[in-house]
Design a protein around this ligand. Structure first.
Ligand SMILES: C[S@@+](CC[C@H](N)C(=O)[O-])C[C@H]1O[C@@H](n2cnc3c(N)ncnc32)[C@H](O)[C@@H]1O
Length: 278
């Protein structure tokens, strides 16, 4: 018989540690409702009587696919097309025009969405480029989109969105131009779907496979980390960003008191960061 259980404090502590060890995400204690909501289906599909039995099994097994599924289920994937609007306007009005001028000798640009979730962020950038910068079709544009979660990457690569997702942040004009409707779902067209290079990358691991980047979107992920992890990550960003490149964080995130190497740059209502001495 199906058993819906709340998660004991002891089990939640185990889950918090598991998630932290593999993603650096810190689950706050009040997030135990997340565990109840998201782990029940995993417990059921694995044939466990409930979450307690699932956790007991995880505790005794070497790290395997069930641990990965559990971690991915507990990490927040909230995202939307053109989330917060202003960063994309800054990219369109100021940053891409400036970088296009500067990079015209080599005609190449690298943009990285460092925690891309289900793909709405890189696809927003892809649509923006397709709409407003036709001259870039002759450039080498790398739009790298990464996440540690294979679950979200699979969805992102598919480019398939439900009615709620498609209605969040996307204009009707862009929806009709770049998506096919499939009953109540929408499929992104191949011309946009093929623009991002999706890849699995855990931000806590090496970034050596990445090229130097002109624009980094590291949005709505620092909020889940502790201070030491944020600082470590910003050190890596500093190495990866071109000297005159731009860094975007989420609208509630800041670099203040974390790393003195960055300066704030404002474009209308959007704030982003550049390295000092640019
Ligand atoms: C809240 S979503 C943000 C998505 C998008 N950047 C946005 O702002 O809409 C956070 C994403 O960070 C990813 N994430 C968390 N820890 C990570 C890590 N250590 N390495 C890579 N991705 C991570 C999660 O899987 C999730 O998809």
């Amino acid at each position: 018989m199906k058993q819906t259980q709340s998660v004991s404090a002891n089990d939640f502590e185990y889950l918090r540690q598991l998630v932290h060890e593999h993603s650096a995400v810190v689950l706050s204690a009040e997030k135990s409702y997340l565990a109840e909501l998201h782990l029940q289906p995993i417990a059921e599909s694995g044939g466990f009587a409930g979450i307690a039995e699932l956790v007991a099994h995880l505790r005794t097994q070497p790290f395997n696919y069930l641990h990965i599924q559990t971690i991915e289920a507990l990490v927040t994937n909230e995202t939307s097309f053109f989330r917060d609007h202003h960063p994309f306007e800054a990219l369109r009005q100021y940053i891409l025009p400036e970088l296009i001028k500067k990079r015209s000798p080599e005609r190449s640009l690298n943009i990285w969405c460092a925690a891309c979730s289900n793909g709405q962020e890189p696809y927003s950038i892809a649509m923006l480029i397709r709409e407003h910068f036709p001259l870039l079709t002759n450039w080498s544009i790398r739009l790298i989109a990464s996440d540690f979660s294979t679950k979200v990457l699979a969805r992102a690569q598919k480019g398939h969105y439900n009615r709620l997702e498609i209605s969040r942040g996307l204009s009707k004009n862009l929806r009709d131009k770049y998506f096919h409707q499939l009953d109540s779902e929408w499929q992104i067209k191949d011309e946009i779907r093929q623009m991002p290079e999706f890849r699995q990358l855990n931000l806590m691991q090496s970034w050596s496979s990445l090229p130097e980047i002109d624009v980094i979107f590291l949005r709505n992920v620092l909020i889940y980390y502790d201070m030491a992890t944020k600082k470590d990550l910003l050190k890596k960003v500093k190495q990866q960003l071109k000297k005159d490149g731009y860094l975007f964080l989420g609208s509630t995130e800041t670099i203040i008191n974390l790393d003195g190497s960055f300066k704030k740059v404002s474009f209308n209502k959007s704030i982003c960061y550049q390295l000092h001495n640019t």
